[in-house]
Ligand binder design. Structure first.
Ligand code: S3P
Length: 170
């Protein structure tokens, strides 16, 4: 049976939003993005919020936004790269939906972040070398948490059929 909520997790620039939109379209579910929900709720972009109020507040509100999605049905929720890594968020997602980890290598993540248009507060202003080093360490520190997901899909060449096939066996 299909779960009511599907949570897409993974590092920055892994392609979470894209897979979440595609999956939602295939399933007839509604796609959501926790960063978008945050920005709609607080009327401020994530980058500016980080600068003004700091990461701790962001994490607190991010967790609240995430848990509010527990009231929704037939949704695919794309989460921020750090969402599973704070408080009990990862456990909560596993208890309240199905989690899918979109796994990219640290090198892919580094290249994609370098070329991304959207500013990301955790990596903003870093030189190329600093960014490469940061992503490598940061990614590895988060990996054990991401790996608690119920299903893992490769982010380099996302195969939506692989996900659909997995879901059809539930
Ligand atoms: C973050 C990732 C961002 C956003 C915030 C923090 C992180 O989302 O939530 O900048 O801690 O990895 P994306 O994963 O969509 O870039």
């Amino acid at each position: 049976m299909l779960p009511d909520r599907i949570y897409i997790i993974g590092y920055m620039c892994s392609g979470k939003s894209s897979i979440s939109r595609k999956l939602a379209a295939r399933l007839g579910y509604e796609p959501f993005d926790t960063d978008d929900l945050f920005e709609e709720r607080y009327h401020i972009c994530v980058q500016d919020f980080f600068e003004k109020y700091g990461e701790d507040y962001f994490r607190k509100f991010e967790s609240e936004i995430l848990k509010k999605t527990g009231e929704k049905h037939h949704v695919v929720v794309s989460t921020g790269g750090g969402t599973p890594c704070f408080f009990d968020n990862m456990q909560w997602m596993n208890d309240n939906g199905l989690t899918i980890f979109v796994k990219t290598s640290p090198l892919t993540s580094f290249h994609r972040i370098m070329n991304a248009k959207r500013k990301r507060p955790l990596v903003y202003g870093k030189t190329e070398d600093e960014l490469r080093q940061y992503v490598e360490n940061h990614y590895n520190s988060r990996l054990p948490i991401y790996e608690k997901a119920q299903f893992i899909v490769k982010g380099e060449n996302i195969d939506i059929e692989e996900v659909m096939n997995y879901l059809s066996q539930l």
